[in-house]
Design a protein around this ligand. Structure first.
Ligand SMILES: NC(=O)C1=CN([C@@H]2O[C@H](COP(=O)(O)OP(=O)(O)OC[C@H]3O[C@@H](n4cnc5c(N)ncnc54)[C@H](O)[C@@H]3O)[C@@H](O)[C@H]2O)C=CC1
Ligand SMILES: O=C(O)[C@H]1O[C@H](OP(=O)(O)OP(=O)(O)OC[C@H]2O[C@@H](n3ccc(=O)[nH]c3=O)[C@H](O)[C@@H]2O)[C@H](O)[C@@H](O)[C@@H]1O
Length: 436
């Protein structure tokens, strides 16, 4: 099939590359000239494991192309994906300006039937808005379908190629046939496509993200209670996760959820609820608890240093909102670093992939280090915000020699309490007793 993907970010580039990999002709369109130039020069603008092999293969074999010109990109396309940003507007609702701008442009340039696919996460009713916007100027027949994306950054290629399910919202029989053809290779491998109407598909995406955010938040509250009652949240996780009704995944207590999606999508669903006069109380609690959870380690740090962080050096391991990505959107590390800087601390940081993105925001306010150990040199304490695998089994003895105080504030529960005790560390983690 001929496929156009408008918006070449985490979702658009993965979508385009994976559809090229299954034999389609794909053109990716973006307004960011620099981004398109980099891709035309064989450079991938984001870090996403496994994407490089597929990207280069499909570019070389002529199935994956790039342009900044929308009309050129959609020429002869049977399907046109909209994988555009939907950032939170001032009132928390998803801002549709990027989507509606492209929809408006499409109205003028569509010259034959195509299925326009909302791949972005968009509020209930957006497919209708996109349809109406295109229809204002369109001279040909078209359909608008909702096809939300459930991939996770860091494992995006695998999630896209082997999805638990694909959700397609359409009430058009003609569009349904096109979507069946598009996803046939995935269906043949046993990945189900679930058809429903547009509004239900849009709502499914918000329900999924909000449910997962709630699951994490529930565990964070259990962790906070564990600290008070003297229980260990790791044991609780194992104890409940083995119940298949609960499931093992997304039960890791930590420093709060971040990323480009959970925070904005929970907020957007809350806004939709308010718009429809429904008081969605759980969502409000989820947002409130998560805001607090992100700052959870700060009082412990202040307390440890007798409320005087001036001139203290805090080493930070992990900047990305999760491992295997360079994405720092809503990353707990950033909020903590800013609070520590405000309190007068010096910060040294290490992250295997996200340092360039942080440099663009913090510049020389923090010291960027080439190795995790370099960040520890003469630091007064270590804080951990991302569970990159290389932080899991570090050389504790070496760390102890580099650090001025053997103290770790761990937002991801990376270490066994017994190991910390044996190695003589003071160790603060989430939902577990303090080791001192
Ligand atoms: N990042 C993720 O893991 C997931 C994101 N989503 C949703 O997918 C959507 C896109 O997210 P990301 O890929 O993370 O965004 P992104 O910000 O990484 O990429 C969006 C791209 O759209 C481009 N763009 C903006 N206006 C344009 C226009 N008029 N024409 C062409 N290109 C234009 C931007 O230059 C950018 O390259 C959002 O709605 C998000 O909620 C859904 C599932 C997973
Ligand atoms: O809509 C989206 O953009 C995507 O949002 C999430 O994916 P992503 O944000 O890439 O990352 P997750 O792995 O879900 O992690 C999100 C946040 O939750 C945190 N988390 C996750 C799992 C857990 O057990 N505990 C926990 O604190 C992570 O550290 C991270 O900050 C969803 O998992 C995807 O299904 C969805 O498509």
């Amino acid at each position: 099939m001929k496929i156009a993907v408008v918006g070449t970010g985490y979702v658009g580039l993965v979508t385009g590359t994976c559809f090229a990999e299954t034999g389609n002709q794909v053109i990716c369109v973006d307004i960011d000239v620099k981004k398109i130039d980099r891709m035309l020069n064989g450079e991938i603008p984001i870090y996403e494991p496994g994407l490089d092999v597929l990207f280069h293969r499909n570019v070389e074999e002529g199935r994956l192309k790039f342009t900044t010109n929308l009309a050129e990109g959609i020429k002869d396309a049977e399907v046109i994906f909209l994988a555009l940003p939907t950032p939170p507007g001032e009132d928390g609702s998803a801002d549709l300006k990027y989507i509606l701008k492209v929809a408006d442009d499409l109205g003028y340039i569509l010259d034959k039937y195509a299925v326009i696919i909302d791949k972005s996460t968009v509020p209930v009713g957006t497919a209708e808005k996109v349809r109406a916007t295109i229809a204002k100027n369109a001279k040909v027949e078209f359909d608008v379908v909702s096809n939300p994306e459930f991939l996770r950054e860091g494992v995006a290629v695998e999630d896209f190629m082997k999805p638990d399910r694909v959700v397609v919202g359409t009430t058009s029989e003609k569009a349904k046939k096109v979507m069946e053809k598009l996803y046939a290779p995935l269906v043949r491998q046993g990945n189900p496509v679930i058809f429903m109407d547009e509004r239900s598909a849009e709502m499914t995406k918000y329900a999924a993200n909000s449910f997962l955010a709630m699951k994490i938040t529930f565990m964070n509250e259990i962790a906070n209670l564990c600290e008070k009652v003297g229980a260990n949240v790791d044991d609780i996780r194992r104890g409940i996760g083995t119940d298949s009704r609960i499931g093992k995944r997304f039960l890791f207590a930590g420093i709060g959820y971040g990323g480009s999606c959970f925070p904005k999508d929970v907020q957007a669903l809350a806004k939709t609820s308010a718009d429809f006069d429904y008081d969605f109380r759980i969502l409000k609690s989820v947002m409130e608890v998560n805001d607090d959870q992100k700052k959870k380690l700060l009082p412990m740090v202040h307390n440890f240093f007798d409320n005087d962080l001036k001139g203290k050096t805090i080493a930070v391991w992990g900047l990305a909102f999760k491992p295997y990505t360079d994405d720092i959107r809503e990353a707990p590390a950033l909020e903590n670093i800013e609070a520590l800087l405000e309190a007068g601390a010096n910060i040294t940081v290490y992250d295997p992939e996200a340092m360039d993105n942080v440099k663009a925001i913090l510049g020389d306010k923090v010291t960027f280090c080439h190795t995790p150990y370099a960040a520890l040199d003469d630091a007064d304490a270590l804080m951990i915000f991302t569970e990159w695998p290389q932080f899991r089994t570090p050389e504790f003895e070496k760390m102890g020699k580099l650090l001025k105080n053997k103290v770790i504030f761990d937002g991801r529960n990376l270490y066994e309490l017994s190991t910390m005790r044996e190695m003589g560390y003071t160790y603060f983690s989430i939902g577990r007793e303090k080791v001192s």
